[in-house]
Design a protein around this ligand. Sequence first.
Ligand SMILES: [Fe+2]
Length: 522
Amino acid sequence: MEYDYGKNKEESPEPAEADIAGTLPDWLQGTLVRTGPGIFSVGETSYNHWFDGMALMHSFTIKDGGVSYKSRYLQGDTYKANMEAKRIVVSEMGTMAYPDPRKNIFSKVITFLNHAVPDFTDNCGNNIIRYGNDFYATSETNYIRKIDPVTLETLGKVDYLKYLPLNLVTSHPHYDKEGNTYNMGTSIADKAKSKYIIFKVPAATKEEDAAPALKNLEVICSIPCRSLLTPSYYHSFAMTDNYFIFIEQPFKLDILKMATAYMRGVNWASCMKFHPEENTLIHLIDRRTKKEVVTKYYTDSMVVYHHVNAFEEDDHVVFDVIAYDDDSLYDMFYLDKLNKKNGNLGSSNKAYSSPKCKRFALPLTDKGSEVGADLVKLKYTTASAVKEKDGKVLCQPEVLCGDVEVPRINYDYNGKKHRFVYMTKVGMSAVATKIIKLDVETKKKQEWTAENCWPSEAVFISRPNAVEEDDGVILTSVINATPGELGFLLVLDAKTFKEIARARVKAELHMDMHGHFIPQSS
Ligand SMILES: [Fe+2]
């Protein structure tokens, strides 16, 4: 069975009622909104990389035991410009586009000057996030697109740059119980002062007006980049009650190379480089003082896209991430590689560094400890943090589990000690064939798999008034590659990992990135 990554996917804008096998819990009411790449070629032009594809949003609305599905293209400026030109005219990370190929060298130079600080795409195909009462499709550029999560209509375009000098912003913010959203981004506009900025978007007020929630944005702190011309790339961060955790990894964006990429005819991704000879800094920011803690934590070189969670315990901050030994993951998703052998990562020239779920522990105190001592006093982890002569602390992780990605937890436990992580199992293929539940305490795993079925990210929904962490369901959108069979929204009992229901959708389902569950009451 093969998944055709490069094929343009059809949208299904009319709601398709699903056939339900099994019974959905009566308390499960709401909409799972997901997004991912959907269009890979326009006219004679094609994107190079799967992540570049124009966004296709999906929604599964669960109501009174039934499920209806629809999907719509994100109709941003990028989509409209490409469709109008009948070719790709807006650059994405892995594809540099030239709006008018007939231009001579002089006009190319003028265009180059306009691209020195790139005007990024608003093709937001990575995640759906919330600021205030508004939902947005996001990628990692300065643009986000407001959407109606029920109709999947594309609404206003919001530019972070209007509110803060942010050129890149993560699509994995955090939320607190009060409805505030926390996110971070990188400011590269002023080259001599590249910095990372953590900010808060307050919860919507009663007297909410039509202006974007970002208008009330507050800066929490700024962290200078350790190398000003090469800020680190990062995809997420972690938050506890009292701390933010930010990993400044040696996977870097070369600003000067970026400024000349358009002229040199290369994509922006080629301006990102992994530096295995450099270490990884772990920044711990105290939310109370809005300053970094004095201790300097670091670990070996690694590449992290997804944080799992972080929590505080006995004078430590513990955090789990999905870590790679290098940056080979991004390269694996170039479409020419994916389409050769069903995304068989092992067929690539470059060895594939498989992801591992790793636990780090940062001791908050080193009083009375000798140089060379392991400062981690937690009994349940083998993660270490050794004090060095210069006062820095070298952290080594505990490996919790291998070959896993897109981690989700019961988000009620975000920032608190969690026990269960829900992830897709990835092997030597880019398609996930299993979802697993990892008990980080016992290291035991439960898994769901079915023949020719490719699940997406496993989203946990808590049962109302649940007491136990895993009392709820897992929702995942599953592509069914068995000829004649329908794809489905799978509902698992999160505790037993047994199927409760399948909502078989009479429309083609597609591989996507991330999603957000919006309970009906919201
Ligand atoms: Fe992500």
